[in-house]
Design a protein around this ligand. Structure first.
Ligand code: SF4
Ligand code: SF4
Length: 268
C-alpha cells in the first residue's frame, strides 16, 4: 500500500515553497491542501453518468486509465487574504481574480507535481484535467471530469446550496485530482449524504449564499448556472480583466466568502 502521509508531506512542502503560490504582493494564494482517496471502482462514478448527476459525458476512472486503482483528490483553500479581499463590492476583487487565474495556473503545477510524486512511487498516472481527452461543455455547463464531484467521492466534503463543496477548510478554493494504479487506503465518505455539511439542507437555518449572490442564481431548489456564468460578463469588467489577466471571464465568487461555510464546516 502506498503511503498517504508521504504524499501529503510532499504536497505541503510544494504548496509552502513554490513561488507560483504567491500574489504579486508576496502573500500566499493558497493555504495547505486537504487530500482524499477514492477507490477507482467505487459505484459512485457510475452514478455520476446519470442525467440527474453529471450525465453521460462523465468518464469514469477506468476510461482514463485502464488499470486504475485509486482516484486522488485535493483541495487548495484560498488564504484569508484572498478570501477577505472579495467580501465587498458587486464584482470580484483583484486578489480574487489573481487567485482564480494565477491560482489555477498554480493548481496545474500542483497537478503535475502530484503526478511526478506518484511516478516516483512507480505508479502509472493520468491527470484528467491536463489530459488531451478532457472536455468541457460550456453550453450545458458540464465536463467529462468534475473536480468537485471527484472531491466528494474522495471524502473531502459535501455540497452546499450554492453547489460548491464544503470541506473541513470551507468552500473557497480550488480542487484537483489524479488517477493512479497505486493502492491507497480510501477516505470514507461521511454517512450524512451529499449535502450534509450545508446548514440549509440540515435545518434550513442558513441562506446566506442566497442573499450574497448578486445575480439571484442561487435558489433553494437549485442553481441557475447560466445566470451565474453571465453575471460578470459586463463589458467594462470583461475588458479590464482581459487587459490585466489575459482572461475574459470569472465567476464572482461572492457566495464562497463572508458565508458560514467560507473556511470551515458550519457549526463545527
Ligand atoms: S452559505 Fe449556508 S446555505 Fe449557502 S452553502 Fe454555505 S452553509 Fe449552505
Ligand atoms: S459565483 Fe457569484 S453569481 Fe455565481 S452563484 Fe456565486 S455569488 Fe452568484
Amino acid at each position: 500500500m502506498a503511503d498517504p502521509e508521504q504524499l501529503q508531506d510532499a504536497l505541503n512542502r510544494f504548496v509552502e515553497t513554490d513561488p507560483g503560490n504567491k500574489l504579486p504582493s508576496g502573500v500566499s494564494i493558497f493555504d495547505l491542501p486537504l487530500l482524499g482517496f477514492a477507490a477507482a471502482d467505487d459505484p459512485i462514478f457510475k452514478d455520476y453518468q446519470k442525467e440527474s448527476v453529471i450525465g453521460p459525458i462523465f468518464k469514469p476512472p477506468e476510461k482514463w486509465l485502464a488499470d486504475a486503482v485509486t482516484v486522488i483528490s485535493y483541495f487548495l483553500p484560498f488564504s484569508a487574504h484572498v478570501r477577505r479581499s472579495n467580501y465587498d463590492g458587486p464584482l470580484p476583487s483583484v486578489e480574487w481574480l489573481h487567485g482564480r487565474f494565477m491560482g489555477e495556473d498554480f493548481n496545474s503545477k500542483v497537478r503535475r507535481f502530484l503526478s511526478g510524486e506518484l511516478e516516483k512511487m512507480d505508479g502509472k498516472v493520468v491527470v484528467p484535467a491536463l489530459d488531451q481527452e478532457y472536455l468541457a461543455d460550456y453550453e450545458f455547463f458540464s465536463s467529462n471530469w468534475s473536480e468537485r464531484h471527484i472531491a466528494y467521492a474522495a471524502g473531502l466534503g459535501s455540497f452546499g446550496l450554492s453547489r460548491g463543496l464544503i470541506t473541513e477548510k470551507g468552500m473557497a478554493g480550488r480542487f484537483g485530482s489524479a488517477i493512479t494504479d497505486l493502492f491507497f487506503k480510501i477516505t470514507p465518505r461521511s454517512s450524512g449524504g451529499p449535502f450534509e455539511n450545508c446548514s440549509f439542507f440540515a435545518d434550513e437555518s442558513c441562506r446566506v449564499c442566497v442573499d450574497r449572490c448578486p445575480s439571484g442564481a442561487i435558489k433553494t431548489d437549485g442553481k441557475d448556472k447560466a445566470a451565474c456564468y453571465c453575471y460578470t460578463r459586463v463589458e467594462d469588467h470583461t475588458r479590464k480583466m482581459r487587459l490585466r489577466f489575459g482572461y475574459a471571464h470569472s465567476i464572482c465568487g461572492k457566495c464562497q466568502v463572508n458565508v458560514p461555510c467560507e473556511d470551515s464546516i458550519p457549526g463545527r
